[in-house]
Design a protein around this ligand. Structure first.
Ligand code: KG4
Ligand code: ZN
Length: 339
């Protein structure tokens, strides 16, 4: 018998639904929310309202484009956390209601674990690069920056984490300083291609062990730009690409430095990169080159599964389904949640 999982993701500003059958992707729909663009970040109240508007059409469309009927679905997997509580509530309540009406179980999914497992989503046409166990996961998103040892699909241990901002936040907040729209990460990636990454130097943190810190970099970038603009009001306009490339290089150096330490400490040379920042082209190039030099095996999720999506929720639900890990209907979402 086939195992068909409907996944629902609503932890931040994307409403997404996906169908996975026996580990293969049948559909993955994402409705993003333009309402936040003018605010320079996600506004929680607007996000939950937009999720309420989007969730029914997105789920219906995901089922339709998967080419299945509702009664083929064996379980509904949903993001329990971490994320914005109001947003999570929309997805959780919808998952419960749908599962009750179809008389099937629900499966809670940890958003961070799902990012890591995004690499195991298979597409009929093309199997993606899949890391072998055990591997080190560098999870870099807008809300989290962590290093994990992944021993099996559902067996993960955090060995390092950010003590303040996440890597994605560093991209977004520094981008805001130079007038880029939210989220600034993809824009910085594009602008950097034409910039000189050695133009400017920014503070790198000195944090012990495998932990990260990005708030000092953000402050150093802010003060640097502010001082330069005092001297020349057109500074940002003139040097935007160099600023982006230098900032991006600093963030990548910080990540790479800790990844090297983690491989030395654990002896693990298989690496899986996960989360929205794993879409960054310079990070991908740098880690691919380092892998050749250092004899690592590095895998990245396909671009469409790097940032928030429900396919990663559905694949995690699929692995949990196989182990019989279902949730009770009185389950509540959690804004904060560890792996
Ligand atoms: O994983 P994600 O979609 O959401 C969270 O769970 O946080 O990650 C979003 C983050 C944002 O900070 C965004 O700026 C960053 O990923 N991001 C990128 C790129 N694409 C997305 N950062 C750098 N380069 C990119 N190409
Ligand atoms: Zn995410």
């Amino acid at each position: 018998m086939s195992i068909t999982i409907l996944g629902i993701e609503s932890s931040c500003d994307d409403t997404s639904a996906a169908v996975i059958q026996d580990g293969y992707l049948l559909s993955n729909l994402i409705a993003d929310q333009d309402v936040h663009r003018n605010y320079g970040g996600v506004v929680p109240e607007l996000a939950s309202r937009a999720h309420q508007q989007n969730i029914i059409p997105v789920v219906e469309q995901a089922i339709k484009s998967a080419g299945i009927s509702r009664d083929e679905i064996n379980a509904v997997a949903f993001t329990r956390g971490p994320g914005l509580l109001g947003s999570l509530l929309v997805g959780t309540s919808f998952a419960k209601g749908l599962a009750m009406s179809l008389n099937i179980p629900i499966i809670e999914v940890n958003h961070l674990q799902a990012h890591i497992l995004a690499q195991f989503i298979r597409k009929k046409e093309k199997p993606s690069g899949i890391p072998s166990f055990p591997f080190l996961s560098l999870l870099v998103s807008g809300g989290h920056t962590q290093l994990m040892v992944v021993r099996d699909y559902l067996d993960m241990e955090t060995i390092g984490r950010t003590i303040d901002d996440a890597a994605g936040e560093a991209f977004d907040k520094c981008g805001k300083v130079i007038g880029l729209p939210y989220p600034a990460g993809p824009e910085i990636d594009k602008l950097s291609v034409h910039g000189d990454q050695e133009s400017f130097q920014f503070n790198k943190p000195r944090i012990k062990d495998l932990d990260f810190s990005f708030s000092g970099l953000k402050t150093s970038f802010l003060y640097f730009v502010r001082d330069k603009v005092k001297e020349d009001k057109d500074f940002v306009q003139k040097r935007k690409q160099d600023l982006c490339a230098s900032l991006q290089k600093t963030i990548i150096d910080i990540l790479l430095n800790k990844l090297i330490k983690a491989t030395e400490k654990t002896g693990i040379r298989n690496i899986g990169v996960a989360g929205g920042v794993s879409a960054n082209s310079a990070l991908r190039n740098t880690l691919t080159n380092e892998a050749q030099k250092r004899d690592w095996d590095v895998c990245f999720p396909e671009f469409e599964f790097a940032t928030d999506n429900a396919a990663m929720i559905a694949i995690t639900g699929y692995f949990k389904f196989k182990k019989g890990l279902f949730s009770l209907l009185d389950i509540v979402p959690l804004a904060r949640m560890d792996i």
